[in-house]
Design a protein around this ligand. Structure first.
Ligand SMILES: CC(C)(COP(=O)(O)OP(=O)(O)OC[C@H]1O[C@@H](n2cnc3c(N)ncnc32)[C@H](O)[C@@H]1OP(=O)(O)O)[C@@H](O)C(=O)NCCC(=O)NCCS
Length: 331
C-alpha cells in the first residue's frame, strides 16, 4: 500500500515516551546465556536495554508515555476519540490494552483497539490514525507503540535475548495548519513469517505451552536490509521528495548494522540518522517513537523539518512515513 497525503493536513502534535527503570547491560546477560559484550556490540551495536519488572505489563509503561504525549499536545484526554495501541505484548488478548488505557487515561468517547504488525506496528498505527482523521471520522487520535518483549523472550536463547528491550512511545495526531504527513508506504510478506514468530501464542497451536519468540536471525537480517531501503525509496518517490531533502532519518532500531546498511544505500549522512539501539536494544513498536524523542531532545527534530521513518518486523512487515514535523502546532 502506498499513498501520498491529499486533502486535510494531519500531523503529530504531541510525543511522549517511557522505558522501564531497570537497565540490563550486556555483561548482565552473560549470567543467562553464553555470550559476551564484545560479540553483542560488534554484531548489533547494543550496549544495554531496559527490561520491565515482573509486575509491569504493557499498559504500565505505555501510560506515562501517553500522559506525556497528551501534555505536549495540550490535549484534554477526554477530547481523544480514537486510541490505537500497536503491540505484540498486550496486557492480555482482551480486553485490549487500548481499552484499558482509554479507561485509565479518561477517554470515555474513544474508539479503542489494538493493532498487531510486529515491530512495524507504530508505522501501521499512525497510517490508520491518519486515514481516520483525514476522512473526518476522528478529530484527535492517540497512537501508542510499545512492547514488553522481555515477557516473551527465551532467556536461554542467546540469539534473541541480547537483541530486544522494553519501551513505549505515544503520539497525538490531529489537524495542523502547516506541514504534517506527506505519505505512507506499508507492506507485508507472510511467506517469511516463520523467520520471526511466536507459534504457541494463538488458536493454531493453542495447546502448545511454548509462548516464546523464535527467530531466524540471518533471514530477518536479509529481509531488513532489503525493505529498509526499498520502502524508503518508494515513499520518497511517491511524495516527490529526494533523499537530500530529508532532515532527520528515523529507522527502526533493530541492529546498528542494519541501520548503517540502509543509510549507506540511501545516501543519508551520519548526522541525520537517529540511533539509540545502543541504549535500548530493539523495543519493537516502541522503537520509532523513542528515537523521535531522542532526536527532539538532542535538538535535531524541530517544527518544519522533513522526517523519514521506516520500520520492519514480524509478519514479516515493513512501513515508511514522511512527515513535516509539527509538534505543538495544532491548527
Ligand atoms: C541475530 C544477528 C545479530 C546475528 O548476527 P550474525 O552476524 O548474522 O551472526 P550469525 O547468525 O551468523 O551467528 C554467528 C555465530 O554467533 C553465534 N551467536 C548468536 N548469538 C550470539 C550471542 N548472543 N553471543 C555469542 N554468539 C552468538 C551463533 O550461534 C553463530 O555461531 P556458529 O557460527 O557457531 O553457529 C543478526 O542476524 C541480526 O541482527 N538479524 C536481524 C534480527 C532482527 O533484527 N530481528 C528483529 C526484527 S524486528
Amino acid at each position: 500500500m502506498i499513498g501520498s497525503a491529499n486533502g486535510r493536513r494531519i500531523g503529530i502534535t504531541g510525543l511522549g515516551t517511557h522505558v522501564p527503570e531497570r537497565v540490563y547491560t550486556n555483561a548482565d546477560l552473560e549470567e543467562f546465556v553464553d555470550t559476551t559484550d564484545e560479540w553483542i556490540v560488534e554484531r548489533t551495536g547494543i550496549h544495554e536495554r531496559r527490561f520491565a519488572e515482573q509486575h509491569e505489563a504493557l499498559t504500565d509503561i505505555a501510560f506515562p508515555a501517553a500522559v506525556q504525549a497528551l501534555e505536549a499536545a495540550a490535549a484534554d484526554p477526554a477530547s481523544i476519540d480514537l486510541i490505537i495501541v500497536a503491540t505484540v505484548t498486550p496486557d492480555m488478548m482482551f480486553p485490549t490494552s487500548s481499552a484499558i488505557l482509554a479507561d485509565r487515561l479518561g477517554m470515555p468517547d474513544a474508539a479503542a483497539y489494538d493493532l498487531l504488525a510486529g515491530c512495524t506496528g507504530f508505522m501501521y498505527g499512525i497510517a490508520q490514525a491518519y486515514a481516520m482523521l483525514s476522512s473526518g471520522l476522528s478529530r484527535r487520535a492517540l497512537v501508542v507503540g510499545g512492547d514488553v518483549l522481555s515477557k516473551i523472550l527465551d532467556w536461554h536463547d542467546r540469539s534473541t535475548l541480547v537483541l530486544f528491550g522494553d519501551g513505549a512511545g505515544a503520539v497525538v495526531l490531529e489537524a495542523v495548519a502547516d506541514g504534517g504527513f506527506l505519505g505512507f508506504e506499508l507492506g507485508a510478506d507472510g511467506a517469511g513469517g516463520e523467520n520471526l514468530w511466536l507459534p504457541g501464542s494463538g488458536s493454531r497451536h493453542f495447546e502448545d505451552a511454548d509462548r516464546l519468540v523464535k527467530m531466524n536471525g540471518r533471514e530477518v537480517f536479509k529481509f531488513a536490509t532489503r525493505v529498509m531501503v526499498s520502502s524508503a525509496e518508494k515513499i520518497l518517490q511517491e511524495c516527490g521528495r529526494t533523499v537530500d531533502e530529508v532532515d532527520v532519518y528515523v529507522p527502526h532500531q533493530a541492529n546498528k548494522r542494519i541501520i548503517d546498511h540502509a543509510a549507506g544505500k540511501l545516501g543519508i549522512p551520519e548526522e541525520k540518522i537517529v540511533v539509540n539501539v545502543d541504549r535500548y536494544g530493539n523495543t519493537s513498536s516502541g522503537s520509532i517513537p523513542l528515537a523521535l524523542a531522542d532526536a527532539r531532545a538532542d535538538g535535531r527534530l524541530r517544527p518544519g523539518e522533513l522526517v523519514l521513518m521506516t520500520g520492519m518486523g514480524a509478519g514479516l512487515t515493513w512501513g515508511s512515513a514522511l512527515i513535516e514535523w509539527t509538534e505543538g502546532k495544532a491548527a
